[in-house]
Design a protein around this ligand. Structure first.
Ligand SMILES: [Zn+2]
Length: 228
């Protein structure tokens, strides 16, 4: 009788130790994507993050240094040569629009979004519920691109890149344009190059004025008194 009780107890202990391991294995085989972190409520009155107002990419290209001045001059040559090259960062905005399209498709298909925020993991995990709607797949135009969301995606929130910021042709950018412009510097590498180009013209203007004044004075007919 005693032996039987010990055996039952041993079996019970064995099940107790094995159960979590078995449960874990079944969960792994199901390969469920944990949406819990993406379903947390998002504060509707959150301040717009700095990476949206003045994205790191623009901080880099606005800085007044030789590399940026050279790039600005080259882009003007391209412009005058008739090459209307699309800025490289526009590719990132194209990718953001792919994300928007995927969200629209998911809403149309499922009647709503099962998450309120997104990030790279939700976009690129093969098990993500959003994965079937990402066609074509949004790629990263640079290694620095990191996709994120601001606000509740179910209530007007947006997807953006933490490096390039939100789409400059998007409604969010237009709606917050005043705030965005305030966050950016007044004088950038772009303005520096404008100044380099137009400063000689500004310096030449007084010379042109002085030369034309002298020339006009010389051409004036001499007064009768001096002819005397
Ligand atoms: Zn980007």
């Amino acid at each position: 009788m005693h032996n039987l009780r010990v055996a039952i107890l041993a079996l019970f202990l064995l099940m107790l130790t094995l159960a979590p391991a078995m449960l874990n294995r079944s969960m792994l085989s199901a390969q469920e994507f944990d949406l819990t972190p993406y379903q947390q409520p998002v504060a509707s009155d959150a301040a717009i993050p700095a990476e949206i107002l003045y994205p790191p990419f623009f901080k880099e290209i606005d800085a007044i240094n030789l590399k940026n001045i050279y790039r600005e001059i080259r882009s003007r040559f391209h412009f005058f040569a008739g090459l209307r090259l699309e800025p490289s960062y526009f590719n990132c905005y194209k990718m953001q629009r792919r994300i928007d399209k995927a969200l629209e498709r998911m809403i149309a298909d499922q009647g709503g979004l099962p998450f309120s925020s997104l990030d790279d993991r939700l976009l690129y995990d093969q098990r993500s519920p959003l994965e079937p709607y990402l066609r074509p797949m949004p790629l990263k135009s640079t290694g620095s691109c990191t996709f994120k969301s601001f606000g509740d995606l179910r209530h007007g929130g947006i997807a953006y890149c933490a490096y390039h910021g939100p789409d400059v042709n998007g409604s969010f950018y237009n709606e917050h344009f005043a705030e965005i412009s305030r966050a950016r510097p007044l004088f950038t590498s772009f303005d520096m190059v404008e100044l380099i180009i137009f400063l000689p013209a500004l310096l030449i203007l007084p010379f042109i004025w002085w030369i034309s004044k002298k020339a006009l004075q010389r051409e004036q007919p001499a007064s009768p008194e001096s002819q005397g």
